[in-house]
Design a protein around this ligand. Structure first.
Ligand code: FRU
Length: 449
């Protein structure tokens, strides 16, 4: 089958910012964007759990909350006995807390009550509001009553959590008031029944306060309807199925449980199906919009990576331009193409820090699907199931560059001093010919540079 060249393909909604095929056609790993190879830590954050998509508890202005000296992150979790590939089907949100942002203790399940809107919890974000109330935004995936897995998704919140602390621990407790905040309308955002794509999305709410206007928003991952026979992608049906968008809703009142859908911030129609976990960092008056995406969710004719992609605009609803020309900000290295996923960027002075989870390592097949062909023991051994090393990036206008890394799960607040960046060895990322170059898979990696 032949596809129109990137330049010929038209976008579904030319009137709003788009990640175009012409931009994505130039995607390649570069010195600025390739991550160093990650190795296993000496131990997981919690040996009894798989830990993956994670997010910090933050204030309205996006800063990391510090409550009596404690900070908190939330994560999708599942029992470590489970085959890693099955974890999405039973995901539950747990919280973890720390005084130094390095050594984390498991707090436990956030919600003890059953998921009333779905069968499992997928990713979200968490707000520590000025009155001390905690709002945990999440995706309610599937249906509460289902006998077999289904993939409907809606954006929900548990509101009203309270934090208690003492010298030894932090406790997050309900009662939580759960409500569905957003569902796809079928016009701006595709419903599951409209979807023709490989993996339907309406998920991953991210709280964001615009510093310019003080208005509050929820960003999320969505799909733009591209009905059969539409003119999108030059009429190429195979490309139309790849219709990811960064969705957005605005709170008319500032109430963190009151949202109205607005048109997407960015479309990736004809380019990519999944713009996952969208979030914004403001820096030097600009808006940096980041998403995670997979190599297998690029439309036919395009080649991308499991990586962090980014776009920059001069205002929240500005004309987003892809960072580094193509959008690529962090790519897993070619010899460990699935070592990390679900990146989150957060500011640290003039730097950007980027956390993620440690995914499949010591694994260089071109597709993650092939993990299923490994013996079960190998599937478990090669799955990180904990936070990955945090990357350090410099940022200058439309350009970013990976300049160093911190230890697995090291999540510093802005006031924490970090080692000088100059120690990072650029060759570490480009020279690594095979996974074993810096040690066996059992070797642990705690260097910070
Ligand atoms: C990305 C993701 C999220 C989703 C979660 C489910 O890591 O696809 O979009 O919420 O995984 O496990």
């Amino acid at each position: 089958m032949s596809y129109p060249s990137p330049d010929e393909a038209s976008d579904a909604s030319p009137d709003r910012p788009a990640w175009t095929r012409a931009q994505a056609a130039e995607l390649r790993r570069t010195d600025e964007t390739v991550s160093p190879v990650f190795y296993p830590p000496s131990e997981r954050i919690d040996p009894d759990l798989h830990v993956w998509d994670s997010w910090l508890l933050r204030g309205r202005d996006g800063s990391i909350a510090e409550i009596d000296g404690w900070r908190v992150f939330f994560s999708l979790t599942a029992a470590a006995e489970l085959l890693p590939g099955k974890r999405h089907d039973v995901a539950t949100i747990r919280y973890f807390y720390s005084r130094d942002g390095r050594n984390w203790r498991t707090g436990g399940r956030v919600f003890e009550e059953a998921n009333v809107f779905g069968s499992r919890h997928w990713a979200g974000s968490a707000l520590y509001d000025e009155d001390g109330q905690v709002y945990v935004y999440y995706t309610a995936a599937g249906d509460a009553e289902e006998e077999h897995l289904t993939y409907d998704q809606r954006i929900a919140v548990g509101a009203g959590g309270q934090v208690e602390t003492n010298a030894e621990e932090l406790r997050l407790a309900g009662p939580w008031e759960h409500s569905v905040l957003l569902e796809p309308d079928g016009d701006l955002y595709e419903t599951e029944s409209q979807s023709r794509g490989p993996i339907y999305t309406f998920r991953d709410p991210w709280f964001f306060e615009d510093p310019a206007s003080g208005e509050t928003y929820l960003l999320f991952e969505g799909n733009t309807p591209t009905p059969e026979g539409s003119a999108a992608c030059g009429g190429e049906a195979a490309q139309q199925e790849f219709n990811g968008s960064v969705g957005i809703a605005r709170s008319p009142t500032g109430d963190p449980t009151d949202w109205e859908l607005e048109p997407p911030l960015l479309d990736a129609v004809c380019v990519n199906q999944e713009l996952e976990r969208p979030h914004i960092v403001t820096h030097d008056g600009r808006y940096y919009l980041f998403v995670s995406s997979h190599t297998h969710t690029f439309a036919p004719g395009l080649t991308g990576f499991d990586g962090l992609y980014g776009f920059v605009a001069d205002s929240l609803r500005g004309e987003y331009r892809p960072l580094n020309g193509t959008g690529l900000v962090v790519a897993n290295p070619a010899n460990a193409p699935f070592q990390a996923y679900s990146w989150l960027a957060f500011p640290h002075g003039e730097e950007l820090l980027v956390s993620s989870f440690f995914n499949y390592y010591d694994y260089d097949r071109p597709s993650m699907d092939d993990v299923a062909f490994l013996p079960e023991a190998e599937q478990r051994r090669r799955f990180g199931g904990t936070l990955a090393p945090t990357l350090r990036l410099t940022i200058d206008g439309d350009r970013t560059r990976i300049k160093g890394k911190l230890a697995h799960g090291h999540l510093p607040v802005e006031s924490e001093d970090l080692p000088a960046l100059s120690a990072f060895d650029d060759r570490e990322r480009t020279d690594a010919g095979s996974y074993g170059r810096y040690g066996t898979p059992e070797a642990t990696d705690t260097r910070e540079e």
